[in-house]
Design a protein around this ligand. Structure first.
Ligand SMILES: [Zn+2]
Ligand SMILES: [Zn+2]
Ligand SMILES: [Zn+2]
Length: 131
């Protein structure tokens, strides 16, 4: 008895979006799900997944597959950027990479248009290295 299905979907989407924006790090759907449930939400894991992938589809979130295949998500800034990601804790920094001109010239050279690229750097952050 809590409103129409459409309204519930909208609320759940907002829950997922707010939780993702709250997190500075890349997080898995599982993590976000656990967090939402702990704060009293009755959302299901499949719904969290669906909303996260919708956000990726609409360029509202970035994603990558961690070692082991787990997919992680982050609400990032809008502009084109790359990531430096800690494989231990998921901490992420948005970075610029000096390869945009190179990408364009390679695409030109081969007559390609609408070329996309994803370049993420993985390592261990200072805090995790100190443990
Ligand atoms: Zn990003
Ligand atoms: Zn770390
Ligand atoms: Zn780039």
């Amino acid at each position: 008895m809590s409103g129409t299905p459409v309204r519930r979907q909208t609320r759940q989407k907002q829950e997922v979006r707010a939780a993702l924006i709250d997190s500075d790090d890349f997080v898995s759907a599982q993590d976000l799900y656990a967090q939402l449930r702990a704060s009293g939400s009755r959302i299901g894991l499949a719904t969290v997944y669906r909303n996260l992938n919708e956000m990726v589809h609409h360029d509202e979130a970035d994603t990558y597959h961690a070692a082991g295949g787990e997919q992680r998500f982050r609400s990032c800034s809008q502009g084109h950027h790359h990531h430096l990601i800690c494989t231990e804790c998921g901490r992420a920094t948005e970075i610029q990479a000096p390869l945009e001109d190179w990408v364009e010239s390679v695409a030109d050279q081969h007559g390609f248009t609408r070329v996309r690229h994803v370049v993420d750097l993985f390592g261990v952050c200072r805090d995790c290295a100190a443990d």
